[in-house]
Write a protein that binds this ligand. Structure first.
Ligand SMILES: Cc1cc2nc3c(=O)[nH]c(=O)nc-3n(C[C@H](O)[C@H](O)[C@H](O)COP(=O)(O)OP(=O)(O)OC[C@H]3O[C@@H](n4cnc5c(N)ncnc54)[C@H](O)[C@@H]3O)c2cc1C
Length: 202
């Protein structure tokens, strides 16, 4: 898959795939990194040889580190599920919305399975899925938030991670100002602060 960048004649190639390695094992992570770079090198050869317009292409850069779609996630006060997303289950403590499909890149190497939402459909992400279970004042956001494998395959994407991160930061900031735990901040205050900043949460 090619993404054009703002620089004329430059594309990002979203094509390498490294599977069946454990991202929480440092040796596997190094193996993955080497494999990813090997694939990038093979791809540039392929592009130069077979793709029109790429005969003089150069490999300008690669990710500084191997990217990992999924590894450990926290268990929060609520674990977001596939059903929550597909049924657009509403939560009173919604702090972010998402609309990305459930996009499972099978870790065993089989094909990608994508479950799309209906046109115009979106889902709700509750604050409780950011609050770490058993801790008074600890939030985790982005790809590591509390979700099942399936729900995580949707909410991990960058725009949603940004929305959830903004919500976590806002909740933490309000808790700090009030000198209390995030669990004690009134949800209406978090909603009000997020909406003032232009966040869409309804
Ligand atoms: C191959 C691949 C393709 C993808 N394609 C897309 C796509 O096309 N569109 C899309 O929207 N999403 C895509 N994603 C998903 C998306 O990129 C990630 O899920 C998302 O970036 C996760 O955001 P995050 O903030 O949770 O984590 P990250 O973006 O990984 O941010 C975590 C940050 O914490 C830093 N960090 C780690 N440890 C420490 C520490 N001890 N101290 C300080 N900083 C630390 C890291 O350096 C990093 O900058 C893709 C992911 C992969 C792996």
């Amino acid at each position: 898959m090619l993404f054009e960048t703002v620089n004329p004649g430059e594309v990002i190639v979203n094509t390498t795939r490294v599977i069946k390695l454990n991202p929480v094992d440092p040796w596997d992570l190094s193996r993955a990194e080497r494999e990813g770079r090997k694939q990038a090198y093979e791809l540039i050869q392929f592009f130069r040889k077979y793709c029109a317009g790429f005969s003089n292409a150069i490999l300008e850069s690669t990710g500084v580190q191997i990217g990992v779609r999924e590894s450990r996630r926290i268990i929060g006060d609520y674990i977001l599920t596939q059903e929550d997303l597909l049924q657009s289950r509403y939560f009173e403590d919604t702090v972010a919305l998402g609309g990305y499909p459930i996009d499972i890149h099978n870790p065993a190497g089989a094909k990608t399975e994508t479950t799309h939402l209906k046109p115009g459909q979106y889902y709700y992400i509750p604050l409780l899925s950011l609050i770490v279970k058993g801790f008074e004042n600890l939030l985790v956001c982005g790809r590591c938030m509390s979700a099942t494998h399936e729900a995580g395959a949707a909410i991990r994407v960058t725009p949603i991670a940004m929305g959830v991160g903004q919500a976590a930061g806002t909740a933490a900031g309000l808790a700090a100002v009030e000198g209390t735990s995030v669990r004690n901040v009134e949800i209406s205050k978090i909603h009000c602060a997020l909406e003032k900043m232009g966040a869409t949460i309804r």
